[in-house]
Design a binder for this molecule. Structure first.
Ligand code: AOS
Ligand code: ZN
Ligand code: ZN
Ligand code: ZN
Length: 426
């Protein structure tokens, strides 16, 4: 680990006076009860880091690697360990098979534990053909017209569950690129049925305490239809599958201007919201840093999450799968991930600040302006000192990106791994 705990302590000491001033001012504004309530929740809240986001991403036009990227699963775990040491909010890693096959599950599990990490949802991949793969997914996987292709895809998902079991994971995320590129290509109903049957077989292989998340996406790589194309379709699959199946919402997977907060609220109402892939976008599945384009939308989503989870008596920290799904084309992936975690926690904290009783009252009275004021006042309150205080109390860095830069941690990684080390990822 290129970062020692004394370095965090030293850094925090240097910046503590300035922090105290800001924090005490805010705490006085909020009152100690609100301050402590939000701090406790912020310390508990953990966001999983995807193993495929630790290297530089690319587009179909190219990829510009930054150097020092993790060369194997062990180094990916080390990178997430580094993030977690810096912010104490990234205590889980989400693996992708076959990019990160854990040949020795027990050793990998122990390695992760040494950094305080657990394994979040496992991700299968039937959207690419692998070098030694027998049959091609060119025309889909679970929807395929050829039963042999479908069986291959089902077996792959079951393998992923088995890898996950060895690591202590408790969920499988299935994102299918299945769909069609041109009108006429696909019988929608047959494609749905075949996909459902495949998911049913995968569902049957789930251990008792596991969940399966069905991720939807409007388009890409297919540009005419996608077989799990929106939340309604995902909800339909999840409902037909049974109580262990849930919908997974990736923020970038909607048609432009979709009201994601409304989708989230209804899925929660129906007890079918399973997890999240956080990112931000301006056009499509852009996979940009969470909160970098539409921070107010992120806040409104959290506003529904907090409200819906509280109504159902759910535990914010453990009852949904929180994960980042982003791609880093021009920024250092680790800095970018720290920024995403910060943005997510900020939106969460702001949502925790909303006066729910007053909001319901405004709604009952059709006092539209008051309702808007309540939300915007929370959103416009600068809660960053609260996030910093939560980190301080959790022995994380007051400013994770600041410390990462001060210690030139990317250069240390380049020294250890080389300038040409390139990770597998999107
Ligand atoms: C693809 O667009 C989805 O967002 C997936 O969740 C994810 O990026 C993929 O599974 C990574 O392999
Ligand atoms: Zn995703
Ligand atoms: Zn995506
Ligand atoms: Zn995305």
């Amino acid at each position: 680990m290129p970062l020692e705990s004394y370095q965090i302590a030293q850094y925090n000491q240097q910046h503590e006076v300035a922090h105290r001033r800001k924090f005490e001012f805010l705490a006085e504004e909020l009152g100690s009860e609100t301050t402590e309530r939000i701090l406790g929740k912020l310390i508990d809240f953990q966001i999983a880091i995807p193993s495929w986001a630790l290297g530089t991403g690319g587009t179909r036009f190219g990829r510009f690697a930054g150097g020092g990227e993790p060369r194997n699963l062990e180094e990916k775990i080390a990178d997430v360990g580094l993030l977690h040491a810096l912010n104490r909010s990234s205590g889980a890693i989400s693996l992708h098979i076959p990019w990160d096959i854990p040949t020795d599950g027990e050793a990998i599990k122990q390695l992760a534990a040494s950094y305080g990490l657990v394994f979040d949802a496992m991700n299968s991949n039937t959207f690419q053909d692998q070098p030694n793969q027998e049959l091609s997914y060119k025309f889909g996987s679970l929807q395929h017209t050829d039963a042999a292709v479908r069986t291959q895809a089902i077996n792959h998902n079951i393998d992923v569950i088995r890898y996950g079991e060895a690591l202590g994971s408790k969920s499988l995320t299935v994102w299918l690129s299945d769909g069609s590129s041109f009108p006429g290509q696909l019988n929608f109903r047959k494609a749905f049925q075949r996909t459902l049957e495949g998911l049913q077989e995968i569902y049957a292989a789930l251990p008792a305490d596991w969940k399966i998340f069905v991720e939807y996406k409007a388009f890409e790589p297919n540009f005419y239809s996608t077989t799990v194309g929106d939340w309604g379709q995902s909800f339909l699959y999840a409902s037909k599958l049974g109580p262990k199946a849930y919908t997974l919402v990736d923020l970038g997977h909607h048609l432009p201007n979709a009201n994601i907060e409304q989708i989230v609220s209804l899925l929660l109402m129906e007890e079918k919201l399973g997890g999240f892939h956080f990112n931000d976008s301006k056009y499509g599945d852009d996979d940009l840093t969470a909160g970098s384009i539409k921070p107010y939308q992120l806040f409104l989503i959290f506003n529904e999450l907090v409200d819906g989870m509280d109504t159902r008596g759910m535990n914010h920290a453990s009852d949904l799968g929180w994960m980042i799904d982003a791609s880093h084309n021009v920024k250092d992936p680790l800095e970018d991930l720290l920024q995403s975690v910060e943005a997510i926690k900020l939106a969460y904290a702001q949502a925790l600040l909303v006066d729910r009783l007053a909001l319901e009252e405004a709604r009952t009275n059709n006092d539209v302006a008051a309702a808007q004021e309540l939300l915007q006042n929370a959103f416009r309150t600068d809660l960053r000192p609260l996030l910093a205080e939560a980190r301080l109390r959790a022995d994380a860095a007051l400013n994770p990106v600041g410390l990462y830069r001060e210690l030139s941690l990317r250069n240390k990684l380049i020294e250890a791994r080389g300038l040409k080390a390139v990770a597998t990822g999107l």
